[in-house]
Write a protein that binds this ligand. Structure first.
Ligand code: 5GP
Ligand code: ZN
Length: 119
C-alpha cells in the first residue's frame, strides 16, 4: 500500500486544488477542509500535502510535519471556538481501523458531546 496510487489519491487531488473543498486552513505543509459527510456539527479533516498512506507509514523524516499538524489542529479548534466544550482528534489507521481514504488525515470533531469508546 505504501507509496501506492498517489496519482489517484483523492486527498492529493484536493491538496493540489484539482478537486474543490471548503478550506478552513492552509499553509505550505498542510491543508484543513470540511468533511463532505460531517459526523458532528464541526468536522474538519487535516492532511499533510505530502502523501503518506497512514500514520503506520510515517517515518522519522516526518517528525516535524506530524508535530506541526497537531499544533495546527489545536489552533484550528481554537479558531472554531471548540476548546470550551471539548473536541476530538482522530486518525483512523488501515481498513480495520476504519480508514477509507489512504492519505494520512486527522479528523477534528466538535460541537456535540463525544461518546467513548467509539465503535
Ligand atoms: P476515513 O474513513 O478514511 O478516516 O475518513 C475519510 C473521510 O473523508 C470521511 O469522513 C469522508 O466523509 C471524507 N471524504 C471522502 N471523500 C471526500 C471528499 O472528496 N471531500 C471531502 N471534503 N471529504 C471527503
Ligand atoms: Zn495522497
Amino acid at each position: 500500500m505504501k507509496g501506492g496510487e498517489i496519482v489517484n489519491c483523492i486527498f492529493c487531488k484536493i491538496a493540489a486544488g484539482e478537486i474543490p473543498c471548503t478550506k478552513v486552513f492552509e499553509d505550505d505543509q498542510i491543508l484543513a477542509f470540511r468533511d463532505l459527510n460531517p459526523e458532528a456539527p464541526e468536522h474538519v479533516l487535516i492532511i499533510p500535502k505530502k502523501h503518506i498512506d497512514s500514520l503506520a507509514y510515517a517515518t522519522p523524516e516526518d517528525h516535524k510535519l506530524l508535530g506541526h499538524i497537531q499544533l495546527k489542529i489545536a489552533e484550528i479548534a481554537k479558531n472554531l471556538n471548540l476548546p470550551e466544550d471539548g473536541y476530538r482528534v482522530v486518525t483512523n489507521v488501515g481498513e480495520g481501523g476504519g480508514q477509507s481514504v489512504f492519505h494520512l488525515h486527522y479528523h477534528l470533531l466538535g460541537g456535540r458531546p463525544m461518546k467513548w469508546p467509539p465503535g
